[in-house]
Design a protein around this ligand. Structure first.
Ligand SMILES: [Zn+2]
Length: 295
């Protein structure tokens, strides 16, 4: 299976048909049951920054690789130190108008499946009941030895209790990534105490799919099957740079299923799109939800 990795775009080969909210409404009327894929762009207005700029280039620090996290205790120490600071920004974030509008679109019967690359649980906080968290969820921690799941908030309390040397006021408050990573002084990292499983003393990992790891085959087959039952695919707020989500557009394209997209800037699937709305997700989805409500 293809591990989570980053694809780079070549701006010169991409031509997409640009559309409006009105075109989206027509798309939805023609294809009423959507397989929806969302990404970091939908959470930006909730104060969670995106990983990439509008041409898909990497922003901020390099993400942690799965094998480095498993093999190297220094990498784990760095992760937990940075996550200790970054987690509250994700844990306390609230859904924005884009999440809420998507709930209305779901209530109107137009979302057959919602799959998100985001690990922030904002779709669930907005009221979506059935969401597939493709890359896992940051509000949980997984024991790599016994499989026990614990709440990230519990681990946060442990980190507070066992790292009294840390004064978070010294840390840079505006530099953190969607996975709760934050910029932290290396001296703090070296002294940082990290948690282990309460049950078996095993290695703890956030319950997310790191780069270099893969989404489980069962989840992929489940989603592929769901997708073939939808009328069309709607991509929201993602440039689809990781294969784990791009694969759904690839399959849709092979099956001649129409794909629409709301995203600022280029996406890896631009050449496959029937419709592209190059705009912010919040106002666009809100306008779409209002148009549906006034039908
Ligand atoms: Zn354990």
């Amino acid at each position: 299976m293809q591990p989570l990795s980053i694809h780079r775009l070549n701006r010169s080969v991409i031509n997409e048909p640009l559309g409006t909210v009105g075109d989206l409404l027509k798309f939805l009327q023609r294809h009423p049951r959507l397989f929806v894929i969302t990404g970091a762009g939908i959470s930006r207005a909730s104060g969670i920054p995106t990983y990439r700029d509008e041409i898909g280039s990497w922003q901020g620090s390099t993400p942690i690789q799965h094998k480095d996290f498993i093999r190297d205790s220094d990498v784990r120490r760095r992760y937990w130190a940075r996550s200790f600071h970054g987690w509250p920004n994700v844990g306390n974030a609230s859904p924005n108008q884009a999440h809420r509008a998507l709930v209305k679109i779901e209530q109107a019967g137009h979302v057959s499946t919602l799959v998100t690359q985001n690990i922030d649980r904002l779709h669930q906080k907005a009221g979506h009941r059935k969401v597939v968290d493709l890359h896992g969820r940051l509000d949980q921690v997984l024991c790599m030895d016994c499989g026990a799941i614990s709440e990230r908030e519990e681990i946060q309390q442990w980190l507070w209790q066992h790292n009294p040397q840390v004064d978070v006021r010294d840390w840079q408050h505006d530099l953190f990534a969607p996975d709760g990573d934050a910029e932290v002084d290396m001296d703090l990292v070296d002294q940082f105490r990290i948690p282990s499983c309460r049950r078996c003393d095993g290695m703890l990992k956030p319950n997310v799919v790191f780069y270099g790891s893969s989404v489980s085959k069962e989840v992929v087959s489940y989603l592929m099957e769901k997708m073939t039952r939808a009328d069309a695919v709607l991509v929201v707020g993602t440039s689809l740079m990781v294969y784990s989500s791009f694969r759904f557009c690839k399959l849709a394209s092979e099956l001649a299923m129409p794909i629409a997209c709301i995203n600022r800037g280029l996406t890896r699937a631009d050449a496959m799109l029937r419709l592209k709305v190059d705009a912010d997700c919040g106002p666009t989805l809100s306008a779409l939800a209002s148009l549906l409500g006034s039908d």
